[in-house]
Design a protein around this ligand. Structure first.
Ligand code: WT7
Length: 656
């Protein structure tokens, strides 16, 4: 956040009470009710979660123990057996619900499809049977590299149905990034499509898969299942590649859901961290199912008639939890959209709301700021009266964007839930409950019942009101990260060793800074580590730096975030060149493209600054704090006495 934003947030005094009609009809109707749930959960978490698990999910076998907590390793519903795909599909196949719409899909350019619960169940069973025919066994891992089409959700549910954890790789990632993830997960099968539509152009997904697998570079992959979407010519490797429409014909639509142990991994999702390559966040079946189910129900105050639209891509945790698993587990109608706002169709989002009478809309601040920029005439020209609740996720929402969202999209009648959470938390952690919590623009308000959050210093001591500190979680919760795939050391180091245990509590380190105001409201300020949040996407500085130095011209690279109006943050890369290379606009462009190819367009630096040297400490550590100030054009303040060579700073000031 910029200094100006921090100041405006500190002075934020506006308070918005839930409309009384909304409260009366909601699941959690008042702060008293919230407080009661919160206190119950805190006093006896096992009773609280055990009761919800019993009420809200179907179990093939009940657990023996709600929680086994051997910090930092938690096991939930030990001994219980269930299947997420069963909870999302089979249990809704009742006479009242089987013909309800489960999934509404709006595609590009202009096509649409929808699935009732019965139809979705049939397709998922067929794909699950096809995966079995390809030789998959329980525990094998499957890569999913898909556009935003129904088969993406079908593939995810099919994997969980037969107990083969998926790892979904965002379709905007490069073949290199895809390869890294398939290798780390040792995927056996990849599910993809010939291509996908992105802003009026085709993304050649299958071609990227071919590149990722070229020369048998991921030896574990033996089969590729290809969904036909865009219809262009693609290569099919004999024996390895199969069309979905070929394999599915004549396949049975009956595939019983595999009873999974509650702690069996459900999926792996890669996310960026401070060091090294992205880490594979492992989520477990029972806890993830329960927590995404109950947060969807209470945070979005889900009712049978709702049409729920989360605009994330299924390649991110938001898409996993709040397009697919949370809504379907609740038997809701979920909307999936392949498109994105663009100059050729700037009002497309509002067309979708109008067309399907969307009631709950969940998006990111970066999108809201883009909508603001595109102009309020676009939403105003559509009928948005179906909307009753709005959500925000991905980065701190600045009060100006919050107010615009409230006024223009919400027509001043829809509560806004600003939800803070992470890939690692699996589900929403800090959030208003829309019928209960008075909201303040820019604050994620309070913890969800069962979540014990605090703001502490590096020794684990709570800081005072309005003092900045580290946002931590003090008690285990059902959908918490279980492991960094294949790397228990990294799991401990990243999340559990930054701050020592305090009074017997292990503190989960989120990597975010926050403060709490005198009313107890949490205000998340953004990352305190070397993670940059570009348009709601998380990128590690080191990842981008490694890709830059893999270019022959680059000797050293240091990457920082700089505030950006729409994207929140933008990447600025400081580069020193190898001998024989000279700085030029052409080279800057080439380096940006290089990062785009290595990681994906989302990681492409907005700006490249060539410099003769980087500011380092005497022990050789790059002083990013200085670079951050320089990148955003601020005065370099604070201690610079540890700089090894002070002339570097003067040169950067002058030259960069
Ligand atoms: C990081 C997690 C699961 C959400 C999608 C991104 C930032 C997320 C908020 C919010 C302030 C937020 C944090 C967090 N973040 N939501 N409401 N207010 N910051 O998941 O890629 O794992 O990123 O997104 O910095 O650590 P992710």
């Amino acid at each position: 956040m910029s200094q100006a934003t921090i100041e405006s947030v500190l002075q934020e005094k506006r308070l918005f009470n839930p409309p009384s009609q909304f409260s009366q009809e909601s699941h959690i109707k008042s702060m008293e009710e919230y407080q009661r749930l919160y206190d119950q959960a805190k006093a006896d978490p096992e009773a609280f979660w055990g009761q919800l698990a019993e009420q809200e999910l179907h179990w093939f076998q009940k657990w023996d123990q709600v929680l086994d907590w051997q910090p930092p390793f938690a096991q939930w519903f030990v001994g219980g057996k269930l299947n997420i795909s069963y909870n999302c599909l089979d249990r809704h196949l009742t006479p009242e619900r089987q013909d309800k719409l489960a999934l509404i899909w709006e595609g590009e350019p202009g096509d649409s499809r929808s699935f009732t619960y019965a139809q979705l169940h049939r397709d998922v069973c067929q794909m699950a049977n096809v995966l079995k025919q390809l030789g998959l066994k329980k525990g094998d891992r499957v890569g999913i590299y898909m556009p935003m089409i129904p088969e993406a959700a079908i593939a995810m549910l099919a994997c969980l149905r037969i107990g083969t954890p998926h790892t979904v790789v965002f379709g905007g990632f490069s073949s290199e990034a895809l390869k890294d993830r398939l290798l780390d997960a040792e995927a056996k099968v990849v599910i993809t499509a010939d291509g996908g539509w992105r802003k009026d152009a085709i993304v050649p997904l299958k071609e990227q898969v071919d590149k990722a697998l070229a020369g048998n570079s991921v030896p574990s992959v033996h089969s590729v299942l290809v969904v036909q979407r865009t219809g262009q010519q693609i290569g099919m490797a004999p024996g390895r590649d199969h069309w979905w429409h070929d394999l599915r014909s004549g396949v049975s639509a009956d595939c019983p859901a595999e009873p999974m142990d509650s702690e069996d991994p459900a999926f792996i999702l890669y996310t960026s961290g401070t060091t090294g390559k992205p880490k594979g966040v492992v989520h477990a079946t029972g806890g993830y199912n329960l927590y995404t189910h109950i947060t969807t129900k209470w945070v979005f105050d889900l009712h049978p008639s709702d049409v729920f639209w989360c605009t994330a891509d299924i390649g991110w945790i938001t898409g996993h939890s709040y397009i697919v698993y949370g809504p379907l587990s609740n038997g809701a109608t979920t909307v999936m959209y392949e498109g994105a706002p663009r100059s050729s169709n700037p009002g497309c989002m509002w067309d979708v709301v109008q067309k399907y009478r969307v009631t709950i809309f969940y998006t990111a601040p970066t999108a809201i700021r883009l909508f603001m920029k595109m102009g309020e005439h676009l939403p105003k020209a559509r009928d948005l009266s179906s909307l009753r609740l709005l959500g925000s996720v991905g980065e701190p929402i600045n009060p100006a964007a919050w107010m615009w969202y409230h006024r223009v999209i919400g027509g001043e009648r829809c509560p806004i839930v600003d939800t803070w959470w992470q890939t690692e938390t699996g589900g929403i952690m800090l959030t208003p409950l829309p019928g209960a919590t008075p909201t303040k623009p820019g604050s994620a308000t309070y913890p969800f019942p069962g979540i014990v959050a605090d703001v502490v210093d590096l020794d684990g001591n709570p800081v005072g009101d309005n003092q900045g500190g580290y946002l931590v979680i003090k008690q285990p919760w059902p959908s918490m990260i279980r492991m960094v795939h294949g790397n228990p050391d990294r799991f401990r180091r990243t999340y559990w060793e930054h701050i020592p245990p305090k009074d017997g509590d292990y503190l989960y380190f989120s990597g975010d800074g926050a403060r709490r105001d005198p009313d107890g409201y949490f205000w998340v300020m953004g990352r305190v580590d070397d993670v940059i949040n570009v348009a709601g996407h998380r990128l590690g500085t080191m990842e981008v730096e490694s890709s830059l130095v893999s270019h022959p011209a680059v000797a050293e690279a240091a990457v920082v975030g700089k505030p950006s109006e729409v994207k929140g943050e933008e990447i600025v890369a400081f580069i020193t060149l190898e001998e024989n290379y000279t700085a030029s606009d052409t080279l800057a462009k080439e380096l940006k493209q290089h990062v785009g190819q290595e990681i994906g367009a989302l990681a492409r630096p907005g700006e490249i600054k060539f410099t003769e040297g980087l500011p380092k400490t005497r022990s050789g550590k790059i002083m990013r704090r200085l670079l951050r100030s320089l990148a955003s054009g601020q005065e370099v303040t604070g201690d610079t006495s540890t700089l090894e060579d002070r002339s570097v700073l003067d040169k950067l000031r002058g030259g960069a």
